[in-house]
Design a protein around this ligand. Structure first.
Ligand code: KG4
Ligand code: ZN
Length: 343
């Protein structure tokens, strides 16, 4: 059974087709990133994002259909990101999906964006099995969750202020790096000297599984002010120090979650999961305690349509969230744990 997935929550338009037959497989997917569009503003401009989603969605749909050789009439349900995200951007994907599904006489499956991220490692060749712990680190969220099945999420800990991706982005801005800051900062950190700039590890020993990253950004600001005019090597050293601190906290808290729950599979999802140093450190620590770490393919770490098609397909198969196409509402703010036990 073919499920179409549409993602439009922020600055990426993603469309994908997922086939539930024979254990399930991604048939085709296409993505348009708005990075170039927002670059000159130093961040995402919501109205421009919405308008661009309007321009991109139909051509991307035509592309995934052409690439797969599938006819639109063979699609059995349309999944789309209902939230959280930018209201206008969400409205574009939702209206497109609901209108198209109406015209085809098929149901829709509204999907939670973070559920898409959480389940995205299931798209890889070596998928995890339920239950597992998920470290969800995106631009808007930093959470540790226990995932027992589709729609069964227990929040173990989360950030009390900035998300990990947000901290990367804000720190990148402080260092004068272009948007999108996270990948640029990570790249600069690779050129920094290890342990040259030591920054605080917020809440490392708080005894729980929560995070706090806003103080880290302030520490970078202080370091930048103290040094005055920065040389290239100094900027790289600060970037490295920042990355070391944030990775250290994420790794130690993740390992703590593994120890407390006794589970042996850790899934890393969300844009910051693309960070190479995070992957290196997690792999090294996990190997020592016999924990397996699962990452989505790099292209599915950041926002994409494939994870929405997958989450939609799994929900559809489980008989969850299926609705008659037509009237709809988006949910720009929507805690993931509200999904628990809801049909
Ligand atoms: O999951 P995502 O694509 O969008 C949200 O749902 O938020 O995550 C985007 C975030 C941004 O903050 C971006 O700077 C960060 O992920 N990011 C990275 C890297 N690639 C993306 N942060 C650190 N290192 C990276 N390589
Ligand atoms: Zn995302």
């Amino acid at each position: 059974m073919l499920i179409l997935g549409i993602e439009s929550s922020c600055d990426e338009t993603g469309v994908a087709l997922y086939d539930t037959e024979a254990g399930g497989k991604l048939v085709s997917h296409a993505l348009h990133s708005q990075v170039a569009l927002h670059a000159e503003y130093g961040g995402v401009v919501p109205e421009l994002a919405s308008r661009d989603h309007i321009r991109r969605t139909a051509p991307l749909l035509r592309k995934v259909l052409a690439d797969s050789g599938c006819a639109l009439s063979s699609v059995k349900a349309i999944a789309y990101t209902q939230g959280p995200g930018l209201a206008g951007a969400l409205l574009v994907g939702a209206a497109f999906a609901e209108g198209l599904a109406s015209s085809l006489g098929i149901p829709t499956v509204p999907v939670h964006h973070l559920e898409g991220h959480l389940l995205s490692p299931l798209l890889s060749r070596r998928p995890p099995t339920f239950p597992f712990i998920a470290l969800l680190v995106s631009g808007g969220h930093s959470q540790l969750m226990r995932v027992s099945g589709v729609g069964q999420y227990e929040l173990l800990g989360e950030t009390l202020d900035d998300a990990a991706g947000e901290a990367f982005d804000k720190t990148a801005k402080l260092l004068g790096l272009p948007y999108p800051g996270g990948p640029a900062l990570a790249e600069l950190a690779e050129k920094g000297r290890p342990e040259t700039v030591t920054l605080p590890r917020p809440m490392l020993n708080s005894g729980d599984l929560n995070f706090s990253f806003s103080g880290l950004k302030t520490a970078v600001l202080t370091a930048v002010r103290e040094l005055g005019e920065l040389e290239d090597q100094q900027r790289a050293d600060i970037a490295r120090g920042f990355q070391e601190a944030i990775v250290d906290v994420l790794v130690k808290k993740s390992m703590r979650a593994m120890k407390e729950t006794g589970l042996k599979q850790l899934v890393v999802a969300g844009g910051v999961g693309a960070n190479r140093e995070l992957r290196r450190q997690l792999d090294a620590r996990a190997a020592k305690v016999r924990v397996s770490v699962f990452y989505p393919e790099l292209e599915f770490c950041t926002d994409n349509g494939a994870m929405i098609a997958l989450a939609g397909a799994l929900r559809f198969q489980a008989g969850l969230s299926i609705k008659t196409a037509g009237a709809f509402a988006v949910r720009p703010r929507w805690p993931l744990t509200e999904l628990n036990g809801r049909g």
